[in-house]
Design a protein around this ligand. Structure first.
Ligand code: EPU
Length: 417
């Protein structure tokens, strides 16, 4: 195991390239199962979750070839093997195997997904969707078994606009007989990305990105080539890091429209943000004003940027309030920030954050975005070296983190624990 060491106090200056979106990639790779010929994915992030998914595809009998950010997946010889443990436990998004295998083979047996467990994350809406499509779902010793002789289109109203459930239902419904309508669908850009891939494979999906998605099932899907959208959470993390370190960063390969909630909040606090065609420049200022931030479903401020934002809010004047309306208790990182001198009090779904100088400490990342928050906090510390353990979580979602930060002038390195 390695830990991440940060000697902070230097502004991040320069240009950073944003890679493809993790939360798209972990849906697009399993979506390839539905095709009957080769799918080529470009602009994939080089992160552990994608590598794990490539291994899962191979275990299921697929042929996978990886060359940097491109992956070729030939799913023609795949089979629906039960996957109770092992690789599926390594990532939360293994739930997409359910929709993809069900759509292609009419059957899937998948161990309950693992991954970042900052709070209990139910999959009842995924199950409700599969059942509405005519599948029988049983739970057997911690694995979900789903089977259907024939999937039939249905109208499905989601109780919560879940990203995972919306994508999983799209995957299965692409191969159902007739029309499926998902109401109260999630509207995240990653949903549109998955629909774009499926349509390029021959699916008939309309309305992705709105709360009502219509999927006309087709008999078969074929291979295609698709380039993944930029990672809006990675981009947002660098935007926040630029502001927190009072740096000057050009964040390249982004879709500025996806960043609007972050951009608006940073501007409100007094950060300079310039939107360009496919990039955003963030210029830090010596002083920021307090802000109230509400993490909501898209197009609101992303819950995945809630913890990085907490680190920035420790660097502003006054008391800020950060509320997460997506997850009720995504605050496991708070005691670690407090260890670094942050003044934060959690009350229910909210964290009250009073601006204060942070100090170096030994801290531990409990999940991916908690890790991002600690990295940003460490970058602001002027004296001493911050030591972050749990780097394996950070590696699940941020590729080339250390080389990127080094190139931007940070003093950061990995060291054996
Ligand atoms: N929910 C239910 N029942 C369900 C599904 C979700 O009650 O069947 C609830 C969840 O407990 C949560 C809310 O609905 O309160 C939203 O969950 P959602 O299903 O949208 O989340 P997800 O699909 O499991 C994805 C991202 C997360 C991100 C959320 C919210 C992937 C692989 N993961 O999770 O990303 O936080 O959407 O935007 O796409 C991350 O990248 O660090 C991460 C955790």
């Amino acid at each position: 195991m390695e830990k991440l060491m940060i000697a902070g106090g230097r502004p991040l200056i320069g240009t950073v390239q944003i890679s493809g979106a993790k939360n798209s990639a972990v849906a697009l790779v399993p979506a390839a199962i539905l095709a009957e010929s080769e799918v080529v994915l470009d602009n994939l992030p080089e992160i552990n979750d994608v590598a794990t998914y490539a291994d899962i595809m191979t275990e299921l009998g697929g042929y996978v070839e990886r060359d940097g950010s491109t992956m070729r997946i030939d799913p023609s010889r795949m089979i629906s093997l039960p996957m109770h443990n092992g690789l599926v436990k390594k990532l939360r998004a293994s739930y997409y195997l359910m929709g993809a295998l069900l759509g292609r083979f009419g059957e899937a047996t998948i161990g309950m997904p693992g991954g970042c467990s900052f709070e209990p994350r139910p999959i009842d809406q995924h199950i409700k969707g599969f059942e509405a499509l005519g599948a029988t779902v049983t739970n057997d010793h911690g694995s979900v078994h789903i089977s259907a002789k024939e999937l039939r289109g249905a109208k499905i109203y989601l109780d919560v606009a879940s990203v995972g459930a919306t994508i999983n239902i799209m995957l299965a419904a692409s191969r159902a007989k007739g029309l499926t309508i998902i109401e109260n669908a999630a509207k995240e850009p990653e949903i549109i990305d998955v629909a774009t891939l499926l349509n390029a494979m021959g699916a008939k999906i309309k309305g992705a990105g709105t709360e009502s998605i219509r999927i006309e099932g087709v008999d078969s899907l074929h291979g295609c080539r698709h380039s993944i959208i930029p990672d809006r959470i990675q981009a947002g993390t660098y935007m926040i890091a630029a502001a927190a370190t009072r740096g000057n960063l050009l964040i390249d390969n982004v879709i500025p429209k996806h960043m609007e909630a972050v951009t608006a909040k940073l501007l409100e606090m007094g950060v300079e943000v310039q939107e360009l065609d496919e990039s955003i420049r963030v210029i830090g200022k010596p002083e920021y004003t307090q802000a109230d931030v509400k993490a909501l479903i898209y197009p609101g401020f992303a819950t995945d940027l809630q913890s990085p934002m907490a680190s920035l809010l420790t660097q502003v004047n006054g008391v800020s309030m950060l509320t997460d309306y997506v997850y009720s208790n995504r605050f496991k990182y708070v005691p670690e920030l407090v260890r670094m001198g942050a003044k934060i009090r959690v009350e229910g779904r909210s964290a009250l954050i009073e601006g204060s100088k942070l100090n170096a400490a030994k801290v531990s990342a409990s999940d991916l975005r908690a890790g991002a928050a600690l990295v940003i906090a460490g970058l602001t510390v002027e004296d001493g070296v911050t030591e972050i353990t749990g780097v394996e979580y950070i590696d699940r979602g941020y590729d080339h983190l250390v080389p990127n930060l080094l190139q931007l002038g940070a003093e950061v390195w990995r060291q054996a624990e």
